[in-house]
Design a protein around this ligand. Structure first.
Ligand SMILES: [Zn+2]
Length: 129
């Protein structure tokens, strides 16, 4: 659970270190570093590693869109207008994939670490996974 929690808060699944994403700049929060700056855990261990993060992002975004759709429908009840439901839902569908991008990557990396622990022990001075 600790490893998954670290993934949810965009921390390194191995050591809990922060700063996995490049400094805020143009597309900064979308780019995860190649390895943890604290323990050196390499995130992309195989080609196609990030396709799992895309799947996680799709699931998270879909859940967010469905929640907004239901809430908008309930708020507009008993006489819902199309725009009252459509506008917040479409806005969520545009924002959610970008907002969940960092969490999706770190959460996917945490899932991979749980299933396939790193072969190499972490560098000196870090806690083991
Ligand atoms: Zn780390």
């Amino acid at each position: 659970m600790r490893v998954l929690f670290r993934g949810i808060v965009a921390a390194c699944p191995g050591c809990g270190g922060r700063g996995l994403f490049r400094r805020p700049s143009r597309r900064g929060w979308l780019r995860i570093r190649k390895a943890c700056p604290s323990c050196g855990l390499v995130f992309e261990r195989t080609h196609g590693h990030w396709i799992g993060a895309v799947a996680v992002n799709t699931v998270l975004s879909t859940v967010a869109i469905l929640i907004v759709l239901v809430v908008a429908f309930v708020v507009a009840w008993p006489d819902p207008e199309v725009l009252e439901v459509l506008v917040p839902t479409v806005a969520t569908s545009l924002v959610a994939p970008l907002a969940f991008a960092p969490i999706s990557r770190s959460l996917w990396t945490a899932m991979v670490v749980l299933v396939l622990p790193p072969d190499d022990p972490p560098s000196v001075g870090t806690r083991p996974i």
